[in-house]
Structures are given as structure tokens and as C-alpha cells.
Design a protein around this ligand. Structure first.
Ligand code: ACM
Length: 518
């Protein structure tokens, strides 16, 4: 693979040299808001250094991250230098333009001339997003860890860019099958490349409890000891979870932890008999049915449990959200469900977090700021909007990454739909549900449920390239998005997925170049 990519780079590079460049024709995903071309090239060479202006440690870290990406494949030394004057010719230059009053602003301006490449951003997160654009403007071999020939040329021009939605996420279910810290870090690396800013971790379900709670140790000791199919399961210690949170933070991604309640709780009910109404512990469960478990909603001990879990996990989570699940509680009486969700929202708010929950929570009174995640029932999403709440869009028929591509897909399920690349890409959250316009939408998120997914290679095959399309929905304004254009960009982008070693689905709806095809 590396050798094929390398030879392609040489031929591409040498033919580029003879032509005027056109920045507007680069295959960027997600497509930037505005691109203007000036027809020349900036070249990264042995003389290139990276400058940053000011005292921001976070900006320095972004400069460092770009250098870490460029050094192994270019073989250049690339120093990081705090700028005291205008950087020298051939360098890359980061600076912040914001006054710190809008930390959520992820916009950036990337100015590329023959002499320099300049990244101006309001916040370091915008600079980090710009780095992803720069990676995609260089030859695909920039992603390899072996030294390539180059030349490392970037078309000149100006890109002005910012996201359409402030929340662009992926969800990973580590409960049905457990995934290691290393796997989660790989996911964080890959989603950051597409400018996503949220990783939602589905940490608990019937089959496993995957996060250490110090005041209830049997949740992981027993409840984390298996998974779907009867494997050994596993869990994150609090230190490991914090390590994931920090790794994500460095990539300008927040972690949203989910404790799914009051249904989907068999692992907890197996670990502590007192959480059951009859006081008897349940057996561990390794199948894939849903809707059979419920916390005992009218017992006081249940709220001691819920409070402890939310308190401990909130303290480890710097992001603003705490996801309480709330889906498919078919074994909870409707009035008990309302009682539980309303009480649990109060607990989440008490610990300073904003509630996220699956769309069913909109059948209860939502607390200030609570967000309903629309996955199944549009009437629930409308109920959230009627209450003045925002909706996060994860319609199963478009965004569920565990849905099979077509009937020949060996992994995954198809209870919601078969979802091909165009199905995942060619829709607009702001027009999908009548009555829910853009002003009510927080953003988009693509969940990967892992009933059938046991390994990182399988995960990658289901996630890519569909997630790139969802990322573009979250970032690029709908008027700029077009399936035919996207298909061409994605085809060229295949080289990059290959260079990153991603096991992606080679849909026959995409005109992959020969170098990409197996
Ligand atoms: C879900 O898919 N049960 C949220």
C-alpha cells in the first residue's frame, strides 16, 4: 500500500509542477465554506519551520501537532518557533485573532501564498480544524510514517471556513463489545480528521458496565466481566477514562459520557441486587435483545446509585453534557419513566451538566437546556421543540453506522435501513422533519452500535466512509453540498483513507481510482 501511494505522489507532484494550481478543485472533506484560488504553490521544504504568535499554550500545541504530522513523512526537522517578527519565507505561521469571548468559535482563515502558509483563527480549536484542511491539501503520503519523496506542494489561495452546526459527533457503543483505550484513541484521531468535535461514549448497557464507579465497584467487577457473545468484556478505570478525555481535548473534541437508564441496565441489575424491585440480582446477559430491564424507579436506593454515578462521572468530564440514555425503557411503566427521567435530569443539573437523552425523554418535562437526541420517533423530537428544547439529529435511517450498506454486508444489522454512502450523505437535518428547522437543531451525530462489531477493523469498515459524509452535513452549508461533487471528492479521498490504514467500505457507487481499489 505504501509503495503504491508513494509512486502516485511522485507522478502527481511532478505533473502539478507544470500547471497552475487550482485550490478550488481540491478534494476536501468536509468542503470549506469559501475557497479562492491564486494559481501558484507553496512548498514545504527542509527550510520550513512552524511559527506561532502569542502566549497560548493550546495554539503552540496545535503547531506541534502539525509538525508531528509533517516530520515523519517529509523527513524535515521543522522547528516550532514563537514568532517575534514576520516569519521567514517558506514557513507556516499560526496566530489567534479572537479576544477569548467566544470559545465555541471554530472558524479559521487559511492563507496560502508562494512565500508562506498562514492560519488565523479566533481560538486554538479553529487552528486545529485548519490543520486538518492542510493535511488534505498535501499529497496523501503525508499520512505515512515513512519518509516520502514529495514534493510537498499546496495550491495557493484563501480558505475561509466555519462549521454550520456547533455539535458534530460520533457515538461509540463500548458496552455491547468493549473497545480498548487504544481503539478509542484511534477513533478520536480519525474523527478529528473530519472536523468532528464530539465523541459520545455509550458506556453502559444490558451486556456490560464499562466505567469504574468507585462507590459501586461491583458495576465493573461483575457487570463489566462479559459482552455480547460471552467474551471477556472489560472496562475503563477512571484514570483510563480521564486519559481518553485528555486525548480528545488535545484534538478539540469533547467526550459525552452516557449512562443508559432506566432501561438497558441489566449489567447494573446483575451487579447489585438492591437495584431490583424484588431485591434479586439478575443474571449477566450476552444476547442482543432490548427492552427487558429496568432500574426499580420507586426505590430510594436507586437515586443514591444514580446520584453517585452521575457525581463521579461528571467530575471526570470537562464537557458540558451528560447523556442519561432513556431509550427503549419498555419494562418501565410510563408514569415511572416520567418520574425517573425528571428526577435524573435534576441530578445531572445539580452536578453542573446539561442533559442529553434519546428522543423518548421528550415525553417528560425537560429541564432547562436539555437536548433530545432524535433517533427513532419524529413526534418525540417535535415534543422537545414544543418545550423549547434543542434536538440532536441521529435519525437511525440515515446516521446509524451499524446499519448494513446493502444486503451483502456481512457485519451490522438492518432493522432501520440499508444505508449506502449516498443515503448517509444526501439529506439535510433542517428539512428532514417538518416543524424542526435549523434554529432548533444542535447538530448531527452518527452512532455505532456494536452488537456485531468486535474489532477495530470491523469498526472502521462500518464507519468509513459514511462518517465523512455525516461530517460534511455537520460542517458544510447545505447549498454547497452536492452528491455528484461529493462522490468525486470521496473517490480521490480514498488515497488518504488508505494512507491512514483505514479499512473502509469500497462502495461501487463511488468512482474510486485504480490505486484505491483492492
Ligand atoms: C437506540 O438506538 N436505542 C437509541
Amino acid at each position: 500500500m505504501a509503495i503504491i501511494a508513494l509512486s502516485l505522489g511522485i507522478s502527481l507532484g511532478s505533473c502539478k509542477r507544470q500547471e497552475a494550481s487550482d485550490l478550488t478543485r481540491e478534494s476536501l472533506i468536509p468542503l470549506p465554506v469559501s475557497v479562492a484560488a491564486t494559481g501558484e504553490y507553496f512548498t514545504i521544504s527542509e527550510k520550513t519551520d512552524i511559527y506561532f504568535k502569542g502566549e497560548s499554550e493550546e495554539l503552540k500545541q496545535v503547531a506541534q501537532q502539525l509538525a508531528d504530522r509533517l516530520r515523519p513523512s517529509t523527513g524535515f526537522e521543522i522547528e516550532i518557533i514563537q514568532a517575534s517578527s514576520e516569519p521567514k519565507r517558506g514557513s507556516i505561521y499560526f496566530l489567534l485573532t479572537g479576544d477569548g469571548t467566544n470559545p465555541a468559535d471554530e472558524s479559521y482563515e487559511l492563507t496560502i501564498s508562494k512565500k508562506f502558509m498562514k492560519i488565523s483563527a479566533v481560538n486554538p480549536s479553529g487552528a486545529f480544524r485548519a490543520v486538518q484542511t492542510i493535511r488534505q491539501l498535501l499529497p496523501p503520503e503525508i499520512e505515512l510514517s515513512t519518509v516520502g519523496e514529495g514534493p510537498w506542494m499546496v495550491p495557493t489561495g484563501i480558505i475561509n471556513d466555519n462549521p454550520d452546526y456547533s455539535y458534530r459527533g460520533m457515538m461509540l457503543d463500548v458496552a455491547r463489545h468493549f473497545f480498548s483505550v487504544e481503539d478509542v484513541k484511534r477513533v478520536i484521531d480519525l474523527i478529528s480528521y473530519y472536523k468532528l468535535n464530539v465523541l459520545h461514549l455509550h458506556l453502559t448497557d444490558d451486556q456490560g458496565w464499562r466505567i469504574e464507579i468507585k462507590s459501586w465497584p461491583n458495576l465493573t467487577a461483575h457487570g463489566g466481566s462479559t459482552e455480547v457473545g460471552g467474551g471477556e468484556g472489560g472496562f475503563f478505570t477512571q484514570e483510563q477514562y480521564s486519559d481518553i478525555v485528555k486525548y480528545a481535548q488535545q484534538r478539540h473534541i469533547i467526550i459525552v459520557p452516557e449512562i443508559d437508564m432506566p432501561g438497558h441496565t441489566n449489567a447494573a441489575l446483575a451487579s447489585y441486587p438492591e437495584l431490583n424491585c424484588d431485591g434479586k440480582a439478575r443474571e449477566l446477559y450476552t444476547g442482543i435483545n432490548v427492552g427487558f430491564s429496568s432500574l426499580c424507579v420507586r426505590k430510594d436506593i436507586t437515586y443514591k446509585f444514580v446520584d453517585d454515578v452521575i457525581r463521579e462521572l461528571s467530575a471526570l468530564t470537562p464537557g458540558p453534557y451528560f447523556h442519561i440514555g432513556g431509550d427503549e425503557s419498555h419494562s418501565t411503566k410510563p408514569e415511572d419513566y416520567v418520574f425517573f427521567i425528571e428526577k435524573t435530569q435534576e441530578i445531572v443539573n445539580k452536578y453542573g451538566k446539561t442533559v442529553l437523552g434519546w428522543d423518548e425523554i421528550a415525553t417528560t418535562k425537560l429541564s432547562e437546556g436539555s437536548v433530545a437526541q432524535y433517533w427513532a420517533k419524529a413526534p418525540n423530537a417535535l415534543k422537545a421543540v414544543e418545550q423549547g428544547a434543542k434536538v440532536l439529529f441521529s435519525p437511525a435511517v440515515k446516521t446509524y453506522l451499524d446499519m448494513q450498506y446493502d444486503p451483502s454486508t456481512k457485519l451490522g444489522l438492518h432493522w432501520a435501513a440499508y444505508i449506502e454512502i449516498d443515503d448517509a450523505y444526501d439529506w439535510d437535518p433542517a428539512t428532514l422533519v417538518e416543524g424542526i428547522g435549523k434554529e432548533f437543531i444542535l447538530g448531527v451525530e452518527a452512532p455505532l452500535w456494536t452488537e456485531t462489531i468486535t474489532h477495530i477493523d470491523e469498526l472502521e469498515y462500518m464507519v468509513f466512509p459514511r462518517l465523512a459524509g455525516i461530517a460534511e452535513i455537520g460542517w458544510t452549508p447545505p447549498l454547497k453540498r452536492d452528491w455528484v461533487d461529493y462522490r468525486e471528492r470521496l473517490a480521490k479521498h480514498g488515497e488518504r483513507l488508505k494512507a491512514m490504514g483505514v479499512d473502509f467500505y469500497q462502495s461501487d457507487r463511488i468512482p474510486w481510482p485504480e490505486t484505491v481499489q483492492k
